[in-house]
Every structure is written in structure tokens, then in C-alpha cells.
Write a protein that binds this ligand. Structure first.
Ligand SMILES: *Cc1c(COP(=O)(O)O)cnc(C)c1O
Length: 364
């Protein structure tokens, strides 16, 4: 049983849940990277290994979200993101595992190799892929597809908002903090002073913050912004925090009514570069250093930028004598064997551009 349910059995009875992950994900000490940047106690949480054949942070949220989709008798799940979205892919792969079909409503982004791989793998997982050039067409497309699928299946698709960051999905990361606490108790890791994590739709960071507070742990979350202000900002993070706490407290009144103040929230903006999924030189340097020292693969959209912040802070001596945890949210499973014989012409035409255009210059 997941540690959150062990501690709060009422939640187990009240919340929808379907098991998709292999828990706990490992924590490992990064001695070589630590040595290179002057940190004696640097660790990684390997959420790349949450599941097969595609892991990463989104699967934790999908255990609850797809649990609800199944409980409601849905046949399909519709979700949203940019063309290369890890979340849309995670949803497609996980939905297929539990007998549902994914519908991905995607927006344009700069091309990169990972975008191509994720699109092919989504197609392999039987996802229905749609591409909308702007917000208006996307809005109309959503209404049209919801209606079309309702007509076809007699049931509207279950909707998962972007990144899966609803109060229900976020509970996956409240549980992740409980999982970390168990690993600290088993002495697999020292209690971190700070935890570096990418801030996208914010569910990962918010869930961890709630879990750490509920457990009275000293660890501080350092969220590294990788997405633009209009999508995630201080107000949206505070709102997600209080909505998720309310949701948990309503489901089980013994769950504490936690609060988060603006002063406690230290969102780091300086590693975003030109915007979401636009790679940066600092990010690429962090990717190269992690690869060289620890043979851990990072990406340019999320984890490279997050590691760049950690490395910078360490080199500026701002983390001296601290126990630091890098929460690796990136899928670590190699799914290339599933897509190696696929031809991109099998995808809807609007996605061919990602295969016909060059990658952005900093793609490595
Ligand atoms: C989606 C994603 C994130 C961001 O998580 P949020 O919960 O949306 O903030 C971080 N890293 C990777 C690799 C992701 O795919």
C-alpha cells in the first residue's frame, strides 16, 4: 500500500486510485557530481523509473487521475500539452495499460529530437493526436472532439488538464514526500535541506510541499521555473496548494489544514531562457556535466534547467554543508525499440513539420 494511505487510511477508502508505478523510486548519492561542484551530500530521486515503458513524474499523478476515469466508467481520456509533451505521452501509455484510449490536444513548439520521439511513442500507444495552431482553434477543436467522441462512444472522454496538476493528480506527489520520508527513516538518504525540482504546471512542486509540511520535515522545495509566467506564477501555485489541501482535508478531516505563504515560495525564474522548451546554454552544460559524472540523462526542457540552478548555487557556495536532493522528473526508460521502425507519415499531417524541420540550434 502507498505510504500516504498507510498514514491516512480514510483517504484509501475515499480516493480513486489505480496502481501504475513501481514504488519506491530509488534515491542515489551523486558523489562524482557532488565532488565536481563542491557538495558532500548530493542525492538524486530517480522518478525516471516510476514505470515501464515510460516513466517520469507524470505517472504518479495518473495513478489517481486514471483511477477516477475508471471509476466513472470512461472509455477515453483527453489531455493537453505542447507537441512533445511528456504528460500527453505518459497519459497515452498509462491509459492504454488500463484499457483506455488517450486523446492528445497539442499546441505548437520549437522542434527537437525528443518531440519526434514522444510523438511516435504516443502514436504507438494508440493515442489520437490533434494539433492546433492557436488558442481559438484549440478551444473549438476541444468542443468538437468532445462532442464527436461522445457521439461515437456514448460517453464523453475523461478530461485531464495540462500536466495533470489538479488537486486529485497532485496527491501523487503528496504521497511522494511520504515515500521520501520512509527512505530517510531507512537511512537510504539524509534528510535534505533543499530539494531542486522543475516547476511546470506545478503539481510536482506543490504536492511535495504539502507532503513535506504534513510530515513536519525541514526540507525546502526550490522550484525552478521552466514555463512562462502566464501559465504558472505565485498566484497559481498558492491556489493549487490551498485547493489540494482543502481537497485532502475534506476527504479526511484528520489531514492537517496546512497553509503556504508567499514568502515561503521561492520560485527561481532565471533559468527559463527564452521560454518553455527553448533550450539554454546553462541547461546544456548541466546536461553534459550530469552525463559525464553520473551517466544520468537529463533534458533541455525541464531537468537540464533545474540542474543548472543547482550547479550554479553550489558553485556560488550557497549550498555549503547542506544536504541537497535533485528530484529527477524525466523519464529514464529507453523506448526506442518501440518506435525504431515507425514512419512519421503514420502521424496526422500537421505533425510532419516536426520531422521535416531542423531541431532548434541548442538541441543536443
Ligand atoms: C511535466 C514535467 C515536469 C514538470 O512537472 P509539473 O508537475 O508539471 O510542474 C518536470 N519534468 C519533466 C521531465 C516533466 O515532463
Amino acid at each position: 500500500m502507498i505510504p500516504l494511505f498507510q498514514q491516512f487510511p480514510v483517504l484509501k477508502d475515499k480516493l480513486p486510485y489505480v496502481s501504475l508505478c513501481q514504488f519506491p523510486t530509488p534515491v542515489n548519492k551523486l558523489d562524482k557530481l557532488g565532488q565536481a561542484i563542491g557538495l558532500e551530500n548530493l542525492y538524486v530521486k530517480q522518478d525516471g523509473l516510476t514505470a515501464q515503458p515510460f516513466g517520469g513524474n507524470k505517472i504518479r499523478k495518473l495513478e489517481f487521475l486514471l483511477g477516477e476515469a475508471l471509476e466513472q466508467g470512461a472509455r477515453e481520456v483527453m489531455t493537453f500539452g505542447w507537441a512533445g509533451s511528456n504528460h500527453a505521452l505518459a497519459t497515452a501509455v498509462s491509459a492504454k495499460k488500463v484499457g483506455l484510449t488517450g486523446i492528445s490536444m497539442l499546441m505548437p513548439q520549437h522542434s527537437a529530437d525528443y518531440v519526434r520521439r514522444n510523438l511516435l511513442m504516443s502514436h504507438h500507444a494508440n493515442a489520437e493526436l490533434h494539433h492546433y495552431p492557436n488558442k481559438l482553434l484549440r478551444f473549438l477543436g476541444i468542443k468538437y472532439q468532445e462532442f464527436r467522441h461522445w457521439l461515437k462512444k456514448g460517453k464523453a472522454p475523461y478530461i485531464i488538464p495540462i500536466g495533470g496538476s489538479t488537486p486529485l493528480g497532485i496527491i501523487g506527489f503528496v504521497n511522494a514526500a511520504f515515500e521520501l520520508k520512509n527512505q530517510i527513516e531507512k537511512k537510504e538518504i539524509l534528510e535534505p535541506d533543499c530539494i531542486y525540482v522543475a516547476l511546470g504546471s506545478a503539481g510536482t512542486a506543490v504536492g511535495l510541499m504539502i507532503g513535506l509540511k504534513a510530515l513536519n520535515m525541514k526540507s525546502k522545495i526550490i522550484p525552478i521555473r521552466i514555463i512562462d509566467q502566464d501559465i504558472t506564477n505565485i498566484a497559481t501555485v498558492l491556489e493549487l496548494f490551498s485547493k489540494t489541501v482543502d481537497f485532502l482535508h475534506t476527504a479526511d478531516p484528520s489531514f492537517p489544514g496546512l497553509e503556504l505563504s508567499e514568502e515561503e515560495l521561492n520560485i527561481r525564474d532565471e533559468y527559463l531562457g527564452n521560454g518553455y522548451a527553448q533550450f539554454t546554454r546553462e541547461g546544456n552544460e548541466a546536461i553534459a556535466l550530469m552525463e559525464e559524472t553520473e551517466a544520468i540523462r537529463l533534458d533541455g526542457t525541464y531537468t537540464g534547467k533545474t540542474a543548472a540552478a543547482l550547479i550554479d548555487d553550489a558553485r556560488k557556495q550557497e549550498l555549503k554543508d547542506q544536504v541537497v536532493l535533485f528530484w529527477n522528473t524525466l523519464n529514464a526508460q529507453d523506448f526506442s525499440s518501440f518506435i525504431k521502425d515507425m514512419d512519421y507519415h503514420q502521424l496526422p499531417k500537421s505533425f510532419h513539420r516536426y520531422f521535416e524541420q531542423d531541431s532548434q540550434p541548442l538541441d543536443i
